[in-house]
Design a protein around this ligand. Sequence first.
Ligand code: ES4
Ligand code: ZN
Length: 326
Amino acid sequence: MSTGVVDAVLPSAELHLHLEGTLEPSTIFELAERNRVRLPYADVDELAARYDFADLQSFLDLYYANMATLRTAQDFADMTDAYLARAAVAGVVHAEVFVDPQAHTARGVALEEVLDGVGSALAAAPSVYGITTGLIPCVLRDRSAADAMTMLDGVLRSGVPVLGLGLDSAEVGNPPSVFRDVFDRAGAEGLHRVAHAGEEGPPAYVWEALDLLGAERIDHGVRSLEDDELVARLVRQRTPLTVCPLSNVRLRVIDDLADHPLPEMIRRGLVVTVNSDDPAYFGGYLDDNMTALRAACDIDDAAAELLARNSVEASFLDGDRKRELL
Ligand code: ES4
Ligand code: ZN
């Protein structure tokens, strides 16, 4: 339980954040006006009323629909800058952020608009906000492996600095194994590899992400707890799990925040971190996630400090910068 004292903001790394999931309802309307895009909602309230999700897919439908408002490099830069400004307030000192290039190229936005816009805002972050950054484009797992390879190819050709490759979108029925060649290529190009697994999907998908994709971190991974052998492996290898408490509740992966398995994950020795996933859709940023978690679950000051330290350890920063932040 929280002590009632205002929770201290601890310097943390944010490792599971979809940039497109930071578009606030008001920003969606501003971008729609700027780009003359017609939205199927009359106003911000009507849009906000749709944020009652039954599962991952019902969220993804709205998340992809709202992306129609993003057209130019300036839009992508503004979205990224707004996230960084808010993350700085949340105590984020390092952010490794996701972007979904295929969701934009599929609707006719050039890859360069996406990467140049996001990349320019990320490059400015150390001087503007004191935040170091890395970019992790994600493969949309509900599209083909060939489509994913085309995306990776374009990203590598773009010259925009990229930290790694991720895997996201609708999980069940779209196992990691489909994307083995794409992740092999990413590894050969020196990219880090991460994957969403064990959010709605079974522990078998976490095994596949580790064994077939070479995933160094698992995004979500909460369903790993159903498999003792998998937990033992993750603990032994110190493979981090980027957990998103408010997301899990809003997407009904977990019934109630008070029942969130994060305290159990810590007790079992897993390297867990707290992250905000799609903060504009799920009720808040990194600080909001920590505050809500501490109000609902048994996270004392020592556990909160451990979570912050884990986030730095789990990052892809080099050893020197990690030691600086630890
Ligand atoms: C996502 Cl919460 C979540 N899960 C899988 N894919 C995603 N893309 C954006 N948010
Ligand atoms: Zn996610």
